[in-house]
Design a protein around this ligand. Structure first.
Ligand SMILES: Cc1cc2nc3c(=O)[nH]c(=O)nc-3n(C[C@H](O)[C@H](O)[C@H](O)COP(=O)(O)O)c2cc1C
Length: 294
């Protein structure tokens, strides 16, 4: 089985996940290189600058051309990346909007590996839309996420993304997806090969889910769905003032920063508490979310 692997990763986390996944396959890796560069670690200003365009699906640049000549015969395409602001990261969106990429993906089966903090549902929906516009089919969806609680991972990811500090402290775990979870992605690759040999990849996702490809956290899904809607209003509000990089929108971006701090550290814990108290009434609704995830 030959895989064409497209990846974007700032710290190497999503790349590591893809490498583990492809362990036993013949795989050709193609890096997604956006023309607009995103720094790592981020300054606060650059970090929030990426918000409106991530949420609205308006990446500020395309990508460097990809040479497809050695992957025309690939049996499967794997895309490895991450969520930014409850959406596919801007480099991933540039990738899916690229005409050459769309032509390549047309008619192909695709597996998406998301190595993120813990909010990935709306990213997967957007990626399914991009794939269907390209004439491709999502046959597998794997999510590797931070195991820490929502509150703790919010602190550790800020330390990591804005200050470059990934390591644990005496009170905090290390930021990001655990090394053993990244390495453990090999079992999803092995399962994919097994299902591929049976000749029908349409049954892949249930097999991957059996192996733990997605861990559902219902209260986080609830926060994400509401947050995504509210982010939409904010993103449009900020874009009215200016496009990517324009100084004029800085005031509104700063307002969004304080809003996000309030949501992450004040509102989310209360929403989670309310969610669990009312969960018995919502169980069916959330099981539907789980069922429809490819
Ligand atoms: C601008 C930005 C926004 C992010 N937003 C989210 C998010 O909405 N949901 C999430 O689970 N993780 C989010 N993350 C974390 C990333 O998905 C990812 O785990 C992290 O950036 C490391 O990815 P890497 O492979 O590029 O190093 C965000 C990261 C960045 C840089």
């Amino acid at each position: 089985m030959k895989a064409a692997v497209f990846y974007y990763s700032q710290s190497g986390q999503a790349l590591k996940a893809a490498e583990s996944f492809c362990g036993l396959m013949s795989a050709v890796f193609k890096e997604i290189i956006p023309l607009q560069k995103y720094p790592f670690p981020w300054s606060r200003k650059d970090f929030f600058q990426a918000f409106p365009e991530s949420r609205l699906g308006l990446p500020p640049s395309g990508i460097e051309p990809i040479d497809f000549s050695d992957i025309e015969d690939a049996d499967i395409a794997v895309v490895a990346g991450q969520s930014w602001f409850l959406s596919p990261s801007l480099p991933l969106q540039s990738f899916f909007l690229d005409e050459g990429v769309r032509a390549y993906l047309n008619g192909r089966k695709v597996i998406f590996i998301n190595a993120c903090r813990n909010m990935w549902l709306m990213t997967s929906r957007r990626i399914k839309e991009y794939l269907s516009q390209a004439g491709a089919t999502l046959v597998g969806h794997i999510v590797l996420q931070d195991r820490a609680s929502n509150l703790v991972s919010a602190v550790t990811i800020i330390r990591w993304l804005l200050h470059g500090k990934k390591e644990a402290t005496s009170i905090l775990p290390p930021a990001g997806v655990r090394v053993e979870d990244l390495e453990g992605a090999s079992r999803f690759g092995e399962e994919t090969m097994r299902v591929f040999e049976s000749g029908d990849l349409s049954g892949l996702q249930p097999a991957l889910l059996e192996k733990g490809a997605i861990k559902y956290k219902p209260s986080i899904l609830a926060i994400e769905k509401t947050g995504h809607r509210i982010f939409g209003f904010w993103a449009k509000f900020i874009r009215k003032k200016g496009e990517f990089g324009e100084e004029r929108r800085q005031g509104r971006l700063s307002l969004f920063y304080y809003y996000l701090l309030f949501v992450l550290f004040c509102l989310s814990p209360l929403v989670q508490l309310f969610f669990w108290i009312t969960y018995p009434l919502r169980r069916v609704q959330y099981n539907k979310l789980i069922d429809c995830n490819v």
